[in-house]
Design a binder for this molecule. Structure first.
Ligand code: 4BW
Length: 162
C-alpha cells in the first residue's frame, strides 16, 4: 500500500504525468516496416504504440523488431521492408492502465517498463505514462511533502543530515 500522504500528493494532478495521445508517436498495424522505420528514426524513440485506424491499442513496435526483420534477408536493402507490415513483427501489449490514478500498479510496472499505455474501457488509446513523467512527479513530492504534511520520525534522532 502506498502511504496516504504520498498518494495524495502524487495524485494531485494525474493528467500532469499523462502524455496525451495526440503527441505520442505511433504507427498502424497495416503500415509497412519501411514507413515504421522512418517514424522511429524521426522521433528517436525505441518503442512506440501500434494503433488501429479507429485508435484502438493493438500492440507495440520496437526498433529492434524492425532491424531484426531487415537482418532476416541476407544483403537486404531498406526497401525490402516495404514488403513486411507492422502487424508481422509487433509485440502484444502485456501491460497497460485504464486509469491514471492506479498508482500502485503504475509504480510497480514502471520499474521494468519504460512506459505504460493508457486506454479507456474500450481499449481506445488515450496516451502514455512514462518513467520520466512519473519521476518528475516523484521529484515534486520529494520537495513538497513537508509543505503539506508534518513529517515526524517515529523514533527520535533517526534522520542523519550530515
Ligand atoms: O526523442 C526524444 N525526445 C525526448 N525528449 N527524450 C527522449 C527521446 N528519445 C529518448 N528520450 C529519452 C527519454 O528520457 O530516453 C528515454 C528512453 O527512451 P525510449 O523509451 O527507450 O525510446 C526517454 O524516457 P521517457 O521519456 O520516460 O520515455 C520512456 C519510453 O516511452 C520511451 C518510448 O518508448 C516511449 N515514449 C516516450 N515519449 C513518447 C514515447 N513514444 C512515443 N511518443 C512519445 N512522445
Amino acid at each position: 500500500m502506498i502511504d496516504a500522504a504520498v498518494e495524495q500528493l502524487l495524485l494531485e494532478d494525474p493528467k500532469s504525468y499523462v502524455i496525451p495521445a495526440d503527441i505520442v508517436a505511433n504507427v498502424t498495424a497495416t503500415n509497412t516496416l519501411e514507413h515504421a522505420l522512418m517514424v522511429l528514426s524521426k522521433v528517436g524513440y525505441t518503442r512506440i504504440p501500434v494503433l488501429s485506424a479507429d485508435d484502438h491499442l493493438q500492440g507495440l513496435l520496437a526498433l529492434s523488431a524492425v532491424t531484426n526483420s531487415l537482418l532476416q534477408v541476407p544483403g537486404a536493402a531498406v526497401d525490402q521492408l516495404s514488403t513486411v507490415t507492422v502487424a508481422d513483427v509487433m509485440s502484444p501489449v502485456e501491460h497497460y492502465v485504464d486509469d491514471p490514478r492506479k498508482l500502485e500498479k503504475i509504480l510497480n510496472l514502471l520499474v521494468d517498463e519504460p512506459f505504460l499505455p493508457l486506454v479507456d474501457d474500450q481499449m481506445v488509446f488515450q496516451g502514455i505514462i512514462t518513467r520520466r513523467e512519473i519521476l518528475k512527479r516523484v521529484n515534486y513530492l520529494a520537495h513538497n511533502l513537508d509543505r503539506q504534511f508534518e513529517v515526524i520520525p517515529r523514533v527520535a534522532d533517526t534522520i542523519d543530515r550530515s
